[in-house]
Design a binder for this molecule. Structure first.
Ligand code: CU
Length: 180
């Protein structure tokens, strides 16, 4: 029986000593800056930033969400485009489901009305990016992201998946049509 000892010996070096004055200074600066950014993100921008997106999220079984979306589509569908249902959404709750590789339904909204989007995925993580407004959210299976929106301008908005979700990711689009 032999006892092996490591040939990897700790090098002799000055970094084993206590932190130098410069290191302590930079360390303090980094911690202070991280804290400042945390306070900005968590407290300052939600209060004063106009572009801060405020959303809730809830746990949901993807199968349940799929059923809720199917029921919602069945109740409000007005047409179909490329096999994707089109819905005239009444103000209030709007269900939007991300799945590889599409968003459904396509939505017709009215300018100035308030909608509560309930967004989720039934397979993998997707992104929800409304263009050209550059409004971005994560779409995560098992969770509903709820966000209240009031379209201020009429027009056609594209929803782009901006979270790589597989080979058809670049084709994953949705649409919101806002009419006056
Ligand atoms: Cu994607």
């Amino acid at each position: 029986m032999t006892t092996r000892t490591s040939t990897l010996l700790a090098p002799q070096g000055r970094w084993w000593g206590p932190l130098g004055k410069d290191e302590r200074l930079w360390f303090a600066l980094v911690v202070a800056w991280a804290l400042a950014m945390y306070v900005m993100m968590q407290f300052v921008w939600p209060a004063v930033g106009e572009e801060q997106i405020v959303f809730d999220s809830y746990k949901v079984d993807p199968k349940v969400f799929q059923q809720l979306t199917d029921d919602y589509i069945a109740a409000h569908q007005t047409g179909t485009l490329l096999n994707i249902p089109i819905v005239d959404a009444p103000p209030g709750d709007v269900y939007l489901l991300g799945e590889r590789f599409r968003f459904r339904p396509l939505l017709n909204l009215k300018q100035g009305q308030t909608y509560r989007f309930l967004i989720s995925s039934v397979d993998v993580q997707h992104g929800f990016s409304v263009q050209p407004d550059n409004f971005n959210l994560q779409v995560v299976p098992g969770y509903v992201t709820a966000v209240t929106l009031t379209p201020k301008e009429a027009g056609t908005y594209q929803i782009v998946c901006n979270e790589y979700c597989g080979p058809g990711h670049h084709l994953m689009l949705g649409r919101i049509e806002v009419t006056p």
